[in-house]
Design a protein around this ligand. Structure first.
Ligand code: ADP
Length: 249
């Protein structure tokens, strides 16, 4: 079972159908297949970019991998377990191992919470850490991991730049030590240099020995940041390329 040991994610022949709706909002018309048989594998320590034009099925693929959108066919094996037929209840303990980062960190960060509390919140909910004190110490450590100093611990989201907010969102996601991190257009709200720095951070994050990262993006400037790049067109992977970095490993 060597594959189970090295692969965190195995997706085979994944399909997703959406019920179509008429212009009057009436359902019943034939469904539309948004994802048409996607297969991919992610090893530990690997970052895969899922790229393609808007509407080609990237987000639907990501949501189906997370079982947040029900697949119509195919299989998703996460860390050796076939989760395709898992109920919400069965998925619950796995949720902490599968974290998502969205394009707009401001929308996902409660403006009334300090950065320390925002990073500690998922740990508190999941019962990670013995005390608030311990979780704050962990939050400080995570801020350091994402390239921010502990001076930010008692600040609020509105006092941070877009790039810093995205770093906080990453620290928050990492607080639960996820095995799979899915980043949906993580640089969309950032300018070029800040987007680049976030991608460099995500690449580092993805190199952790017990983690893999999926970057969903239509931004060609960040296509090459992963280890591999899967090109999607009309719900299908048309190619998977290995990214080589000369003198910049
Ligand atoms: P991408 O992430 O590449 O922009 P999506 O996965 O969002 O693409 O969408 C793929 C296709 O599925 C598109 O044609 C989109 O219109 C359609 N779609 C996405 N979400 C829904 C939904 N909730 N209901 C019906 N169709 C949807």
């Amino acid at each position: 079972m060597n594959d189970v040991a090295t692969n965190i994610l195995e997706v085979s022949d994944l399909c997703v159908d959406y019920a179509s709706t008429t212009s009057f909002g009436v359902t019943g018309a034939p469904s539309v297949r948004a994802v048409k048989g996607i297969s991919l594998t992610l090893q530990r320590g690997e970052t895969l970019s899922l790229v393609g034009e808007s509407g080609c099925g990237k987000s639907t693929t990501a949501m189906a991998i997370l079982q947040l959108t029900p697949p119509s066919g195919g299989r998703v094996v996460f860390d050796g377990r076939d989760i395709t037929s898992f109920s919400h209840r069965q998925m619950r303990p796995l949720r902490r191992e599968m974290q998502v980062i969205y394009q707009d960190p401001f929308g996902s960060l409660n403006p009334r919470m300090t950065i320390a509390d925002l990073i500690a919140e998922p740990m508190a909910i999941q019962g990670v850490g013995r005390s608030g004190h311990e979780r704050r110490a962990k939050a400080a450590e995570l801020l350091d991991t994402v390239g921010m100093g502990t001076r930010f611990l008692d600040r609020y989201p509105h006092q941070l730049s877009g790039g810093q907010r995205q770093r906080v969102a990453i620290a928050r996601a990492l607080s639960l030590r996820p095995k799979l991190l899915i980043c949906d257009e993580p640089t969309a709200a950032l300018d070029g240099p800040n987007g680049q720095k976030i991608m460099e951070l995500l690449r580092e994050v993805g190199r952790a020995p017990d983690r893999c990262v999926v970057i969903v993006t239509h931004d060609s400037r960040i296509f090459h940041f992963g280890d591999r790049m899967a090109n999607l067109t009309d719900g299908r992977i048309v190619s998977i390329e290995t990214i080589t970095r000369e003198g910049n490993a």
